[in-house]
Design a protein around this ligand. Sequence first.
Ligand SMILES: *[C@@H]1O[C@H](CO)[C@@H](O)[C@H](O)[C@H]1NC(C)=O
Length: 415
Amino acid sequence: MQVLGVVAVILAVVNAKVYFREEFVDGDEWRSRWVNSKHKSDYGEWKLTAGNFYGDAENDKGLQTSQDARFYAASARFEPFSNEGKSLVVQFTVKHEQKIDCGGGYVKVFPADLEQTDMHGDSTYYIMFGPDICGYSTKKVHVIFNYKGKNHLIKKEVKCKDDELTHLYTLILNPDQTYEVKIDNEKVESGSLEEDWDFLPPKKIKDPEAKKPEDWDDRAKIDDPEDAMPEDWEKPENIPDPDAKKPEDWDEDMDGEWEPPMIPNPEYKGEWKPKQIDNPDYKGAWVHPEIDNPEYSADSNIYKFDNIGVLGLDLWQVKSGTIFDNFLISDDVKEAEDIGNETWGVTKEPERKMKQEQDDLKQKEEQEKNKEQDTEAEADDDENEDVKEEEDMKDELEEALSEMEDEEAKLKDEL
Ligand SMILES: *[C@@H]1O[C@H](CO)[C@@H](O)[C@H](O)[C@H]1NC(C)=O
């Protein structure tokens, strides 16, 4: 019994396949595995670092964007595979420790024939997955699949994390055409490819041959034919004021004939309208009959990508500082969860603690500084500083806004 159990475990482990795993734990060696695109000449530089706060100084080292307002484009290759008949798991961690204002935090999974040195926004990819933040309005997880040459966005809104801590993002794609998105090893969205994306034309369409019959009566209520306007209904809207008197000094020769001013008639009842009754011929709203869409044909291979071979970071950031780490592409959902627990799961708590300590310290320092300023600083100085600060902030904001527009245009092109 026990022996059998052990054999089963070993088989399960052997069966599970990790296609790609990158945790940046061997110093500068990552440079031999990651290729920077040369499509543009001014891509931002990647830095290997665990950042300002972390759970483990070595294990938490990852690739950090290090220059503001830049495009970033780097990718790593692995042995090509097809996910036919198997689950596909794409997983990684993102830490926006810089309080990101606008920028991508997603990965792209490419076919093996990608020219890595020429990777750019329009390079064909299979999957785009991960968080994207821009201002207050865009804080979502992209799940984009390429199907027959076209990129399709998920129709559901999946919210991403927008704090400064490290988060684990996982996409699971199953051969039964279901999917799951997890953040920090917890399911945040799931469903079926066919329902949550517009890969295929609709199954049913309105019958183009069907028309509403001419005599279809869709009036629920009609005028009561029995109802008639009462004889005393019609009264003028305005009448001459019965209380008005011709002024005594009115001169008919000079002023013309005197007429009393008009006032609203208290007996006026407005326009008469017949009573409404239920229409005995009412047939209800006409419903356009539907037929099977001749354009539709089921496809049980939407999930399938034949030649997966490159994982890439192709993104743009206003304020740099995002750290990517713990990349994993695997066919084993359980093992991916395990690996997530062993990496992100182990360091998240100490990371949170370290950040909390730093925040507390900063707050204390600021309080002390404020105290000093209150007693020493002259009002003049403060004013000048405020004006300068305001100007700096304005410049920064304007720059960020114009870049946000560029990025949006780029994304739109891409899609
Ligand atoms: C990962 O950690 C969570 C929380 O501790 C736990 O519920 C889950 O079972 C773990 N997953 C695996 C595969 O061990």
